[in-house]
Design a binder for this molecule. Structure first.
Ligand SMILES: C=C(OP(=O)(O)O)C(=O)O
Ligand SMILES: [Mg+2]
Length: 573
């Protein structure tokens, strides 16, 4: 019978195929008393060793098929299996309670999983998912059960699962797997991110898809509107086939814009750049027509490992990005760790308010050796392309001056040693703290450019944690307070002849784009897959027409009024 299930649109597109249920075998971890605890510990160690072997193989597969950043997930899993803080308590439990390895593993892992999941922190929630994934693998080896292996699928299917673990997703073959739908997960869960980078339509967080779908059912995954339709009637199937065709047509239209500059209907050029996290992301950025990299989040170089990356390792990464971008601008942001982005090996004390705490430039100005290493790697990489450097989370002029002075010191030192460094590298800052936005006129005299980080600027302006669902109603990009700050920053920069970009999520939002054009934004930096739709939209807009709405938009009272006004003025759905 036809049924529609609602979920979260995690990756665009429409998939129609037979359902393939990815079964999670029941891995019972019943408690047993054991006489020989040493033999039990040996069983645990053997199972861990087998799991490691398997993970090495999956990591290699991911490296070849999906790239380094996806393989890093399995490197993180391997780290979990090497972590004495997880393994020792399991062994202790076996010894002191004389229990079987399965039970000790399950109990200990559950403790850590619920602890990490209970934290209001996306990074720690992901660590919980890692531990769950790894535990399942070890448990299967202890029980002699084979866990599913989606890489064996050999016909076109839509995968239906409670959740897709990172190891499941990394094994998906795009040729056969047309889409997937899961019971749990959100837009920023690993599986959703993987689906977007594989460009497989996906709907997550449906709560009910495994209960409602049987193997062989015909399933539509509508990754545009976040819906899953099971056994559609012929009429509904025809509707979705048409919707899929329209979307494919639209994609083909967008694809034509890949090598074109971004020019508005009245001939004004704005720059559309991509946000990237790793050198592997450059491929997707270029394939989607990025005119530059507007934000390279260097934190990922520091994550999923147990110590700081060396200067040489960093140099290699920065050089790769600059070379691949072949002279196009690349804005590299210096380390922005802290807040939601943790580095366990720095052993920083827990904070009451991590988003208001010791993070980003604050941490770099204090941990100067780490900061200087990154700056040297960047300066040395500068000769390989068009590098621009920006500092995150600048609150005061003094911080910007200090960071820039350290950069210049390192530059002078390198030049004295005869190491070539490009002259006149642009040095800018993120505007993501309201104090910096308000003082933009002062900053504009000293920076080469601004990049507005709305993800943080919004949360700090309305005082609503960007990760907290209970206050998410306050997280309003179109709140006139935010628009006035953005407008003030752009005007202040332009008065000093400086350019302004935006690298927060807002830059790729179809409702925000006409407003940002009206306010005079010069560069829009977004996730790669948003670039072509944004270019298509900007080609239809006239900057002169848009500029006429500036005053009206800034005089409105609420976010709702702004949205209604912009939708009406620009005929947006
Ligand atoms: C781009 C931003 O930085 P991040 O999302 O990495 O904090 C921002 O705050 O808008
Ligand atoms: Mg930020």
């Amino acid at each position: 019978m036809e049924k529609t299930i609602h979920g979260i649109a995690a990756s665009s597109g429409i998939a129609i195929a037979k359902a393939y249920r990815l079964e999670t075998p029941h891995l019972a971890a019943e408690k047993r008393t054991v006489a020989d605890v040493e033999a039990e510990i040996a069983r645990l160690e053997a199972a861990v060793a087998k799991a490691k072997e398997e993970l090495e193989a999956i990591k290699q597969h991911a490296l070849e098929k999906l790239g380094e950043d996806k393989a890093a997930i399995f490197a993180a899993h391997l780290l979990v299996l090497d972590d004495p803080e997880l393994l020792n308590p399991i062994k202790e439990k076996i010894k002191t309670e004389q229990v079987n390895a399965e039970y000790a593993l399950h109990e200990t892992a559950s403790f850590f999983i619920s602890m990490f999941e209970g934290m209001d922190n996306e990074y720690m929630k992901e660590r919980a998912a890692d531990i769950r994934d790894v535990t399942k693998r070890v448990l299967a080896h202890l029980l002699g059960v084979t866990i599913s292996n989606p890489s064996l699928i050999s016909e076109e299917v839509v995968i239906i699962a409670e959740d897709l673990t990172p190891s499941d997703t990394a094994q998906l073959n795009r040729q056969y797997v047309k889409g997937f739908a899961t019971d749990i997960g959100g837009r920023t869960s690993h599986s959703a991110i993987m689906a977007r980078s594989l460009e497989i339509p996906a709907v997550v967080g449906t709560k009910a898809v495994t209960a409602e779908v049987q193997n062989g059912d015909i399933v539509v995954v509508d990754g545009l509107d976040g819906q899953v339709v099971v056994n559609p009637s012929p009429e509904l199937l025809a509707h979705y086939e048409e919707k899929r065709a329209r979307y494919e047509e639209q994609k083909a239209e967008w694809a034509k814009l890949v090598d074109q500059p971004t020019v508005t209907a009245d001939g004004v050029h704005v720059e559309l750049a991509a946000n990237i996290g790793t050198p592997d992301d450059v491929k997707g950025a270029l394939a989607n027509g990025a005119e530059g990299i507007g934000l390279y989040r260097t934190e990922f170089l520091y994550m999923g490992r147990s110590e700081l990356p060396t200067e040489e390792e960093q140099l290699a990464a920065y050089k790769t990005v600059l070379e691949k971008m072949d002279g196009k601008p690349v804005v590299v942001r210096t380390l922005d760790i802290g807040g939601d982005k943790e580095l366990p090996y720095l052993h920083l004390p827990k904070e009451m308010n991590p988003f208001l705490g010791f993070r980003a430039i604050r941490l770099c100005l204090e941990m100067q050796e780490m900061f200087r290493t990154q700056l040297r790697a960047l300066l040395r990489a500068s000769v390989h392309g068009n590098l621009k450097i920006m500092f995150p989370m600048i609150a005061t002029l003094d911080e910007f001056r200090q960071a820039k002075a350290i950069l210049l010191e390192e530059k002078e030192a390198l030049l004295r040693q005869g190491v070539p460094v490009t002259d006149g590298i642009e040095v800018g800052m993120m505007v993501e703290i309201p104090a910096a936005a308000v003082m933009a006129d002062q900053f504009a005299k000293e920076v080469d450019f601004f990049s507005i980080g709305t993800n943080d600027l919004i949360q700090y302006t309305v005082a609503a944690d960007r990760m907290n669902e209970r206050v998410s109603y306050l997280y309003q990009p179109y709140n006139p307070a935010i628009l006035r700050l953005i407008s003030h920053v752009i005007d202040a920069a332009h008065r000093e002849g400086k350019w302004v970009g935006m690298c927060g999520e807002m830059a790729g939002d179809p409702i925000a784009i006409p407003i940002l054009l009206a306010l005079g934004l010069d560069e829009f930096s977004m996730s790669a897959t948003s670039i072509l739709p944004a270019r298509a939209q900007l080609k239809q807009l006239s900057k002169e027409d848009a500029a006429r709405i500036k005053e009206t938009v800034l005089s409105l009272g609420t976010a709702e009024e702004v949205v209604t006004f912009v939708k009406q003025t620009f005929s947006l759905a």
